[in-house]
Design a protein around this ligand. Sequence first.
Ligand SMILES: Cc1cc2nc3c(=O)[nH]c(=O)nc-3n(C[C@H](O)[C@H](O)[C@H](O)COP(=O)(O)OP(=O)(O)OC[C@H]3O[C@@H](n4cnc5c(N)ncnc54)[C@H](O)[C@@H]3O)c2cc1C
Length: 303
Amino acid sequence: MWYRLAHQFEGDIGVRYGGEMRWENSPDRAAQLRQRIQQIQAWGYPCRLITRDEVLALEPQLQPGDVLAASFSEADIHIETDTFIDVCLQYACESGAVVHSETEVTGFVVHKGSIAVVKTADTEFPCDVAILASGVQTTALGSLVDVRIPQQRSPGIVIQTTPCAEVLHNVAIIHAPPMDAKRHQHLHLRQLTDGSLRIGQGTQEGINRDDSQQHADALLERAKIYFPAIGDAKAIPTPVGYRPMPLDGFPVLGFTKAVPNLYIALMHSGVTLAPLVGEMAALEIIDDVQVEWFKPYRLERFG
Ligand SMILES: Cc1cc2nc3c(=O)[nH]c(=O)nc-3n(C[C@H](O)[C@H](O)[C@H](O)COP(=O)(O)OP(=O)(O)OC[C@H]3O[C@@H](n4cnc5c(N)ncnc54)[C@H](O)[C@@H]3O)c2cc1C
């Protein structure tokens, strides 16, 4: 759906094509990767195992070391979210929306069981529908109208670097194996159009609270072993980010039974899912239908 969205909008919306490549340097993890690719293929997702030569053909400057198994998912992309959000806000405004940035929602007025007014410090906005898409704060805002939205705490770190030479020539995202599996996790790396890198470790849900310069430097040093072209780019530590993470890990989507005009959109992988959730949620909110795909993700599953 990202491809379709990019086609619908004019100009650059922040989508970076090229696919995802990963490889493994130990027999155990190579076997796991082969299994994973079979599973993903069985789900109907286009990806395949590739040889070491193909790895190097895709990224000639990569120094991968041993390659016991490697894979490439051609359809994968990464998103420069700042660009995408700017484009969305611009289109929303051109369509008649009014954006109040840096304006905190502080409360709601409930009338006959539904939200009648959204309150900020100095303004009251009468509404027919209120949508909570407020990330980790969704739980606190829901509690203002006695709606319980259980979340787990899920801290993670993705560091940034200063701009450097072109490191990735074809591929959008790289997952590299740990060189010392006892001490390190996998590394993931992508490059933005300004030349800066985003580097993280472990899985997309991995817990990490270390936002020190030392940790950022260590991640970058590990990345340089695979990508000497990074040169003397500097690591910029990024504060711990808390993923919006419902208690069972799955999205919470839809109107609530308790407050019928309150719509919730809370999820991890909200970037990956944005075009799908945006389009389906719009159907539910504007056309007053219940999208069947969303059935497992209603708030009421928590009881
Ligand atoms: C380290 C890390 C790595 C991640 N990696 C990925 C990934 O690889 N792929 C992926 O898809 N997702 C990833 N995510 C998750 C992704 O960032 C979220 O799923 C996504 O940002 C959710 O979007 P959202 O718009 O629902 O919420 P958010 O992006 O959290 O936005 C919520 C907005 O609501 C505003 N807000 C909150 N309270 C109020 C209030 N009272 N009044 C007014 N405004 C308010 C906030 O300021 C914020 O602007 C990652 C998250 C982290 C932390």
